[in-house]
Design a protein around this ligand. Structure first.
Ligand code: ADP
Ligand code: MG
Length: 268
């Protein structure tokens, strides 16, 4: 087991694409890294988290695929980013094949968990791991859900926000029952909230009525600077720290740390 008892592992998951998983992984990680040591694991073959943290496709080399199939240990695969105390395990170009290759492997749902446990020494000084999942509930996402104690579900604040959310919550329940009893859903992050639109308020109220205290108070507004930042290979906190998007992610990180302290995590 990892020697580091205060390490918190969180998966950003939702089988819907375009809801803000990657944006939240990058920017929440960057905000947390001002106080904590953080590793982002890019588990999406699209590699958007890697690009968004400044690592272009051509310069990635080996990453999460090599870790999953056991080619190399974490220590040799993880890289520093432009943000101090923020490290990245990039998506390598072979990751797209992993979903199929993993099917025939031993311990196929446990490979990421086991690789992180084997890297316990490397992770000794880390406080958080954020795992950016692909937009599906296949073996890559299952590996993430087995390797963490916490799932965060970004929900886009739009009319159909709750549509399809039962798919991911049912998967979480099943993983908890069968593969990882320590797993919990905490919590839901509302993204792309539009203040000028009454619908956003209605949707947010609906989601809160359904998930109650599991919904973060902090809401991430729709903000053009957030969507521009990745094309510069920068988190929005570096691209435009005064933007409403950057400020929201700073608040989300503070709220997460408060929640962690409330549950007795001394590192938070
Ligand atoms: P996912 O990882 O769930 O597929 P992304 O984080 O990639 O979703 O977001 C989908 C798109 O929406 C991206 O183009 C991203 O830049 C944009 N986006 C995400 N969050 C915001 C926001 N708060 N304001 C504006 N655009 C956003
Ligand atoms: Mg993504």
């Amino acid at each position: 087991m990892p020697a580091n008892k205060t390490l918190r592992r969180i998966a950003l998951a939702n089988q819907k694409g375009g809801v803000g998983k990657t944006t939240t992984a990058i920017n929440l990680a960057t905000a947390l890294a001002t106080k904590k040591r953080v590793l982002v694991i890019d588990l999406d073959p699209q590699g958007n988290a890697s690009t968004g943290l400044g690592m272009q496709r051509g310069e990635r080399g080996q990453g999460s695929y090599a870790l999953l199939v056991g080619q190399k240990p974490l220590a040799e695969l993880m890289r520093p980013t432009k943000v101090p105390d923020l490290f990245l395990l990039p998506a390598d170009n072979d990751l797209a094949g992993a979903e199929i290759e993993l099917v025939g492997m031993d311990q196929r749902e446990h490979r990421l968990r086991l690789a992180l446990e084997a890297g316990a020494d490397t992770l000794r000084d880390f406080d958080f791991i954020l795992i950016d999942c692909p937009p599906s509930l296949g073996l890559l996402t299952l590996n993430a859900l087995v390797a963490v104690e916490s799932v965060m579900i970004p929900l886009q604040t739009e009319f159909f926000a709750l549509e399809g959310v039962s798919q991911i919550t049912r998967t979480i329940d099943r993983v908890k029952r069968v593969l990882n009893p320590a797993l919990s859903l905490d919590g839901i992050v509302l993204t792309m909230f539009d203040r000028r639109n009454n619908l956003s308020e209605l949707v947010a109220a609906d989601v809160r009525a359904f998930f109650r205290e599991r919904v973060f108070e902090t809401v991430i507004p729709r903000n053009i600077r957030v969507s521009e930042a990745p094309s510069h290979g920068l988190p929005v906190l570096l691209y435009d720290p005064r933007s409403t998007g950057a400020q929201a992610y700073i608040q989300l990180a503070a709220e997460l740390l408060r929640r962690e302290r409330a549950r007795g995590n001394k590192a938070a």
